[in-house]
Design a protein around this ligand. Sequence first.
Ligand code: CU
Length: 213
Amino acid sequence: MKLALHSTLLIAAVLLTPDQANAGSLTISIVNQQQQPLADAVVELRAVGQQVVTPQRIRVAQQQLTFIPFVSAIPVGSEVEFPNLDKTRHHVYSFSPARQFEIQLYADKPEAPIRFDTVGIVALGCNIHDYMQAYIYVGESDLVAVSDTDGQLHWSGLAPGQYQLYLWHPWQLEPHPGQPLKVSMPVQTATLRLAIDLTQQKPQAPQRGFGSR
Ligand SMILES: [Cu+2]
């Protein structure tokens, strides 16, 4: 008993490195070229050096004839469920090199989740509803997130150190080359600007009427 207790204390001491004790929070604000908050932007932080990736399980629903959310971000190896919350049938597909698949989705019949094992962008469509569009960003790191309607993303418990930051948005005019970001303070903020095609709009189902389905 005494030995076990000693081991536990030892592990705690090893795990609590000075870096982790100073783990910080990072808030990133993303704006477009007109300084307006940019929603649906993905930020990925890749720690310089070795990193362990923890896969996730998320959902991309079909609801009111749209994909919700429009943009998702997951670490490589994650799984995505595609629940159909509509009464109508959907036929979801991707032709993207990072993951090609197609699934017929019925309201009352959940399908097995799809696993994403290759880093890249996966564009989703629906064979039945042409206007349905969504994106899944598959990142190398598990520090991937999507900006909210205020254009903000937040991480807490971030280990101090040097990261490479990548920014992506479906309507960006040019690929983001990646930029270094140093996490060194307990509370840190950053603002990033990304030029996008301002004429684009989030896909929406057409107004309902006779024959609109
Ligand atoms: Cu559909």
